[in-house]
Design a protein around this ligand. Structure first.
Ligand code: NCD
Length: 303
């Protein structure tokens, strides 16, 4: 099996530290552009996206190009997947073209793990179903570390549709490896009890104020309507109980960092006042996505 990046759960703390250290070195100074390196010249990275994406796909593409690699993006709608080709056949076809790495987003949890057992090409998971989104957790950690010296002891509230969130799972694994205290908060129907068993030090609550009180970091999540097939979703009630609004800011720590992986739905999970405030690190997360993905691709393809 070629070594790619499939999840945070199986990554050692030292590996995470190495990726974050390299990402920091790659961060541009204010008003500078992202560094252009030639380490992947002559290599080809295929971006294979079976689910919608703006940030993740473009930032993987920019990252690969900044490292000098050739890139190619394939989205499910415009590929033979829409003609009924199976996942294994699509991947075998691509593998026959000998790319050096495949970046993959798929709606089925475990899809990249499954394929990495068959293909001799490193696979980087860009989000698999409700399971993991490892580069998101890495860029979130980097964003926190831009504003705090360490993750140790921080209180991080992750709020929203926990049940369907790969962002919550990857962050939970990463943060608990570094000694942060994670509070998962959402309506009971979107907050599976077993989440508390996935990593040490996880607290669950459906009380938004309890989750936010004293928080150093608040991570808001989008409600994953595309993964909920049962009932109509009560959007305005949701915002009333679980939407992040200016009055919540006084409950949190004085320099609380507000984060959201995007895409944000203003007025559904977060108010515009908070999303656009000084405390919001949402656009810093987007910028850090590029350097983290550069560090990951460099590591995957040169080690
Ligand atoms: C997240 C995802 O796709 O899991 N978005 C992202 O990668 N920036 C979260 C989401 O879609 O809500």
């Amino acid at each position: 099996m070629a070594k790619g990046l499939l999840d945070i759960e199986s990554l050692a703390r030292t590996e995470i530290e190495a990726i974050l250290k390299r990402s920091k070195e790659l961060q541009p100074r204010p008003n500078e552009s992202y560094k252009r390196l030639d380490v992947l010249r002559g290599r080809t990275v295929v971006n294979l996206f079976f689910e919608a994406s703006t940030r993740t796909r473009t930032s993987f593409e920019i990252a690969a190009k900044r490292l000098g690699a050739d890139t190619l993006s394939i989205t499910a709608a415009g590929s033979s997947v829409s003609k009924g080709e199976s996942l294994v056949d699509t991947l075998n076809t691509l593998a026959a073209m000998r790319p050096d790495a495949i970046v993959m987003r798929h709606g089925a949890s475990g899809a990249p793990h499954f394929l990495s057992r068959y293909l001799p090409i490193p696979i980087v998971n860009a989000g698999d179903g409700t399971h993991e989104h490892p580069t998101q957790a890495l860029l979130d950690a980097l964003t926190i570390l831009d504003r705090r010296p360490s993750l140790e002891g921080l209180r991080v509230a992750i709020i929203g549709d926990i049940a369907h969130s790969r962002v919550a799972r990857s962050n939970m694994y990463l943060l608990s490896k570094f000694g942060a205290r994670v509070v998962l908060c959402g309506p009971a129907s979107l907050l599976p009890r077993e989440m508390a068993l996935l990593a040490p030090g996880i607290e669950l609550t459906s009380d938004m104020e309890k989750a936010i009180r004293g928080a150093d970091v608040i991570m808001m999540l989008r409600v994953q309507l595309e993964r909920q097939h049962d009932a109509a979703f009560p959007a305005s009630e949701y915002f009333q109980f679980f939407g992040l609004r200016p009055e919540h800011m006084d409950l949190a720590g004085p320099n609380v960092i507000v984060m959201h992986p995007g895409p944000i739905n203003r007025g559904r999970e977060i108010s515009s006042e908070v999303a656009d405030s000084q405390r919001s690190a949402i656009l810093n997360q987007v910028g850090n996505g590029i350097v983290v993905r550069m560090a990951v691709l460099e590591r995957v393809l040169t080690q």
